[in-house]
Design a protein around this ligand. Sequence first.
Ligand code: NDP
Length: 327
Amino acid sequence: MFNALLVEKDEESGKTSAAVKQISEDDLPEGEVTVAVEYSTLNYKDGLCIGPGGGLVRNYPHVPGIDFAGTVESSSDDRYSAGDKVVLTGWRVGEAHWGGYAEKARVKADWLVPLPEGLDTRQAMAVGTAGFTAMLAVMALEDHGIKDGPVLVTGASGGVGSVATAILAALGHEVAGVTGRPDSADYLKALGATEIVAREDLAETTKRPLETERWGGCVDAVGGAMLARVLGQLKYGASAAAVGLAGGADLPAKVVPFLLRGVNLLGIDSVMQPYDNRLRAWERIAKDLPMEKLDAMVQPATLSDLPKLGADILNGQVRGRVVVDVR
Ligand code: NDP
């Protein structure tokens, strides 16, 4: 028997509740590789899966945790054998499939990547889905050309935003971080932000489709009216990488910035990302994300902390990256 954060649903009221319970290997779903999980993390989606489900969880009882890192215990797939260190992000693990909030997980071999050289399992989960996605966004901006001038990061003190800020600064870019939390300014500056933009400066929609050209690129974790505003402020030919919807799923924008300034809106998906690009992103993380900056973002947690932390992240109350030691 081993510990897992189990989410159960009361069929009558429809309410879910999460608590640490003992489960056995027989309870685990089918899969080729059984992993002794060492660390998992907390992402926005985890908040949904620990709590109301958000339409992501198919069946209850459920073990959330959309990412994990650990050591292979057994494998019926040739690519992995006992003792290998592995990382998992995406593939709807922790949503449609049981995830990383347990001392053991059983998954498809296709979903795993070997632990990147230069990272241990704790660091890999300090990065986690949020940091992996931040790297995908930076790579997409690079592929389309980052223009001169500050690169804007929205939702900057969140998981995606914190890692994007640290990576972009380490690559030598000026970084402007948008935050709704004034007390995050010192934190963001320590990660390398050179400018702090108040959330309310970009929160309102405007009738003007084009504003002064300000940003050489943007990693956007917020969406909604903020992304629409940013499109009108991008420099000629610059790109915004759309990562998240912390501020809303609507995009109340005009096409004018695309037509008159040749700006690009790049979609970033971490869940179904092909294997080769996953390896490329993890290699870049090991190379370009300063580990001391990563350490400064980390808030440690255990399985029993997750019900509260899940609610906190849905309320925008979590700063940086929560690393869950599941053992
Ligand atoms: P976090 O909750 O850690 O960060 C989101 C940040 O956005 C908050 O910290 C806050 O930053 C800001 N924010 C929150 N609410 C609002 C609001 N109403 N208006 C404006 N800003 C707001 O989440 P993550 O960093 O883990 O994820 C960010 C987004 O990216 C989520 O929507 C998530 O679902 C998505 N995501 C998408 C992935 C993909 O594959 N495309 C993968 C991973 C995440 P501050 O306090 O600094 O303002």
